[in-house]
Design a protein around this ligand. Structure first.
Ligand code: BGP
Length: 483
């Protein structure tokens, strides 16, 4: 039962980093401004809840490409960061669009105008005492690297990413302490979803190509790149903290049948092996026999194992949106599961307007599970609920968002204070309304700040404080005692 009255309770640790998150491609717009190149986000057509987004090889005149305008953060960032400061943000996460720095991903020289833009964004954060957090790869690969090299299938892209990351670390390490390498690197565990493969690794499968083989190979290159970036960051400055980033969606067994319990446990192993490698420095023991049994050959350079071992992350960033329930299917024999066919609806939790399970207790469960597995500080760098909203007399009444966030924060507080889980901070998704990654819709709104724009970019782009804006301001001011 959700209440409108504050939920009093103990405060979070004083060092807790309250804030919010966005991604460059979902909010900046200005898709060709100041030398920026074309990214995969720029050629993804809008979809909706039923219609997946289509990837086009180029931009066509009659296409609808929502990431071209986003919510024009590129020109509104000073106003937006000031409003984040008004809420009391301690930390603001965004990504650096690779194509603003290297338009093709591997150009001979970086684009100074792109570097300067992010200099200004991070300087504006510090004007308000807000600590920036940077995601280096957030579904924004340069289209050239996808088309010319097949994305992270190629070690050339591994090297190009490390070069891009090194330029960013050297330029911004005085302004940015917290870094994430690959956003939700584990989405591609669902390798039957072409968008997960494209967004995570820049893979566009050829006809007849083995999707699982392609995923594991590309993911290996990303994991090596991530480990290299960790080491480079620590060499530049020991104060830098580099995290991996996983979509943390617990998978529950559909019932008490032992086969269901084992299936869900193995599915978690499969979905989170990326975190095992980034946190522990090596592949889990089950993968080599799994690859052999499935005829998968993952090419690893001789030096890769040492790189992985030396490049473990300082913390594990996680998004948390939902949980899954999984039923063992008679034909099942191994770890994989098909998100399209094997997941069952959980009758114990409600769903959002877009069909995502609303499971606050699952956040406490997931934080405990991750802590027991990786023994590293955790950071919730995305949590929120998307919903359709309307502006009425200059106001947006988003009580459903307050209820959702209040319930999740209450469970996170229990994980920290009662279960002893080390959580560094909480960054709500999203600080302001932005383009949905999965559907390309603006109508699936996430922000504390409403942006006057529709699914086609029509609108004034004016910013309006929603009811949740004042609520979150009070939460932060009370260090989480007043939820
Ligand atoms: C995560 C992404 C974010 C954001 C979020 C909400 O997977 O890291 O970029 O998109 O999901 O999902 P959506 O925008 O599809 O509603």
């Amino acid at each position: 039962m959700m209440t409108k009255q504050p939920m009093q309770g103990p405060a979070f640790p004083a060092s807790f980093l309250w804030g919010g998150a966005v991604a460059a491609h979902q909010t900046e717009g200005a898709w060709q401004a100041d030398g920026k190149g074309v990214s995969i986000a720029d050629v993804m057509l809008a979809g909706d809840r039923q219609t997946p987004r289509a990837v086009t090889p180029t931009v066509t005149a009659d296409g609808v490409y929502p990431n071209h305008w986003g919510t024009d953060f590129y020109h509104h960032y000073r106003e937006d960061i000031a409003m984040m400061a008004e809420m009391g943000f301690k930390c603001f996460r965004t990504s650096i669009a690779w194509t603003r720095i290297f338009p093709n991903g591997d150009d001979p020289e970086p684009n100074e105008a792109g570097l300067q833009y992010y200099d200004d964004v991070f300087a504006t954060c510090h004007e308000y005492g807000i600590e920036p957090m940077v995601t280096l790869s957030h579904f924004e690969l340069p289209l050239h690297l996808v088309q010319a090299y097949g994305g992270f299938a190629s070690r050339h892209v591994l090297d190009a990413f490390v070069r891009f990351a090194t330029v960013c670390l050297r330029r911004f390490h005085h302004q940015v302490k917290y870094w994430l390498t690959f956003n939700e690197i584990n989405n591609q565990a669902n390798w039957r979803d072409p968008h997960a493969l494209l967004q995570d690794s820049g893979l566009l499968l050829q006809p007849g190509e083995n999707a699982e083989q392609a995923m594991f190979q590309a993911a290996h290159h990303e994991l090596v790149a991530s480990a290299q970036v960790v080491q480079i960051a620590h060499a530049i400055s020991p104060t830098l903290q580099v995290g991996g980033m996983l979509a943390l969606c617990p998978i529950y067994p559909a019932g008490p049948a032992p086969q269901d319990v084992l299936k869900a446990s193995k599915a978690m192993d499969y979905r989170y092996y990326f975190g095992d490698v980034q946190a522990l420095g090596h592949y889990p023991a089950w993968l080599a026999p799994y690859w052999a049994e499935h005829g998968l050959t993952i090419h690893q350079a001789p030096e890769d194992a040492a790189i992985l071992a030396a490049g473990t992350v300082d913390f594990v960033g996680c998004s948390y949106y939902m949980s899954f329930t999984l039923k063992h299917q008679a034909a099942d024999a191994d770890y994989t599961y098909n998100e399209a066919t094997d997941l069952t609806t959980n009758p114990n939790v409600p769903q959002s307007q877009w069909g995502w399970a609303i499971d606050p207790v699952g956040l406490r469960y997931a934080l405990n599970w991750a802590n027991a597995r990786w023994h590293l500080p955790l950071f919730i760098v995305e949590n929120g609920i998307g919903g359709a909203e309307t502006l009425v007399d200059g106001q947006v009444h988003d009580q459903y968002r307050i209820d959702y966030l209040r319930a999740h924060l209450a469970q996170m507080r229990l994980a920290i204070l009662s279960d002893g889980v080390p959580v560094m901070g909480y960054l709500a998704w999203s600080a302001l309304d932005i383009v949905s990654a999965s559907t390309g819709e603006m109508k699936k709104r996430y922000g504390f700040i409403y942006v006057d724009a529709d699914d086609f970019g029509h609108g004034s782009m004016a910013r309006v404080r929603k009811d949740s804006f004042a609520w979150y301001q009070r939460v932060i001011a009370s260090h989480g005692a007043d939820l």
